[in-house]
Design a protein around this ligand. Sequence first.
Ligand SMILES: [Zn+2]
Ligand SMILES: [Zn+2]
Length: 217
Amino acid sequence: MDIERCIKLASEEHYCPHCQQRLSCCEAPPFHVGDGLGWGSDIFFICLNDECSLFTKSWDEFEERYGHSASCRYMLLPGEKKGSPMMVGSTIAFTGSIIDVETLTKQGQRYECQKKYTEQLETCVAENNLQPALCLVIDDLADLDARKRACDLLVDINSLDCIDPIRNHKFIHGEIRMKAEMAVKQLLSNNHKQECPFCMEIIKSQAKICMHCGKDI
Ligand SMILES: [Zn+2]
Ligand SMILES: [Zn+2]
């Protein structure tokens, strides 16, 4: 789904003609449960007010006419002036698919950030810029291929500053964690360093005593 379009639609204000409450903007399910037809839109507006007259009165109507428990909510498709009643089987139907502008905006920003960092991978070694590679490595929501590439580039960027953030990160993907740990190992060895097994501080690889915790290695 196009995030920009989503934010634009979710910011629109539409009101229910039955109760005058503002309609919620929702993501459409993949198919229409009622008639098996498509929705005609991936996003729609719906009155989720449980006090709405259309909603409260339709329970009885459905019960009388069809003998099963259902009701209607007012629904409006994007770009249309007039909406129509839509059948719902329960009070909570569609309440889980409300599009939240704030969450969506944050998602959009994070996506832009990931995109920027992925582009910067091309030049980060030449520019000695650790940030894009490191941020991608420790961003569990970023694209996996970009993260794998970032792990490899850490060794070329050759900055030991990436070690602490990697050690402090709880990786969700085992493969990325392994790649990141391999990069750390390679970096330490390339720079003739090691991590003290007792305090985890970085020390010279030939050190016999840790200069931080004083323990024999
Ligand atoms: Zn209403
Ligand atoms: Zn130590």
